[in-house]
Design a binder for this molecule. Structure first.
Ligand SMILES: Cc1ncc(C[n+]2csc(CCOP(=O)(O)OP(=O)(O)O)c2C)c(N)n1
Ligand code: SF4
Length: 248
């Protein structure tokens, strides 16, 4: 049987593997982001602002510009850069913990200002890097290292869903994808491309959230972690496009 070979995007060529755990979604997300960048011919004209968390290994596997800001501050750091270099593709890359907890004010105010950047948010329903604590997106009932009997509304409040949080926000684009299947990976890639295209056309703020497995902290095998997304997580955090403003 012929072996299918996959072309590595130029933006990722010449580096080792991403250091994420087996079955983690960060590597897949990194791959499709830089495939899009290559396809758009922006490999020499892009910069990623990563959070300091499990996704930050991105900076060691790309040939493109990157910068790691403080935890939770990837979005405002990207905003500052874009204001001085509007010609470049500028995106932030951070987890749900960073984006909806310590960085929540930036998540809201950046959308209020409709900044012309793209935020990519990896939602694995926990604080991955620090050992699987409860994050704002942990599901009701989810056991984490800081909610050992499961999250409850009474004690911990309701999970945050960015598609509801942004209701009425005047931004260019909001979508949620997932890396649980080939079909969803391709769909997510098309969402990323749309966000990047809108930014390069000067249309304003875009946010693409990506549901991603964290087998290590979920205490599941990689295959079971994918099933959790399909059977549980995507039922709460629905996949699709939620805001798409017409071109200004
Ligand atoms: C100001 C500050 N607060 C806390 C931390 C510790 N910290 C580093 S990564 C992280 C959690 C990351 O979780 P998330 O943003 O969901 O990303 P993931 O690792 O799951 O991809 C925390 C709390 C830090 N580095 N700096
Ligand atoms: S701890 Fe979770 S989010 Fe972090 S690299 Fe491992 S699987 Fe990925």
């Amino acid at each position: 049987m012929a072996t299918k070979t996959f072309k590595i995007p130029a933006a990722l060529e010449g580096h080792g593997n991403h250091s994420a755990c087996q079955g983690c979604g960060h590597g897949i997300a990194t791959r499709i982001i830089y495939e899009v960048i290559d396809e758009m011919g922006l490999t020499d004209r892009c910069i990623a602002f990563h959070d300091l968390a499990c996704g930050s290994d991105m900076m060691f596997v790309t040939n493109c510009h990157g910068f790691s800001g403080a935890h939770g501050r990837a979005i405002p750091t990207a905003t500052g850069f874009k204001r001085i270099r509007p010609d470049m593709l500028v995106f932030s890359y951070a987890g749900d913990g960073a984006t909806y907890s310590i960085g929540m004010q930036h998540t809201v105010h950046t959308a209020m200002r409709d900044e012309n950047i793209t935020a990519i948010v990896i939602n694995n329903t926990n604080f991955g890097m620090t050992g699987g604590q409860m994050s704002p997106t942990s599901l009701i009932g989810q056991k984490t290292t800081s909610s050992p009997v499961g999250r409850t509304k009474a004690l911990n409040g309701n999970p945050v869903d960015v598609t509801k949080l942004y209701t009425g926000m005047d931004i260019a684009y909001l979508a949620r994808g997932s890396v649980d299947s080939v079909a969803n990976i391709n769909k997510t890639k098309s969402y990323i491309r749309k966000g990047f295209e809108k930014q390069m056309a000067g249309e304003g703020f875009s946010l693409i959230e990506i549901l991603s497995p964290c087998p290590t902290n979920w205490n599941l095998t990689p295959a079971a972690a994918v099933e959790r997304i399909q059977n549980e997580v995507s039922g709460i955090y629905q996949i699709g496009e939620f805001i798409e403003r017409s071109a200004k």
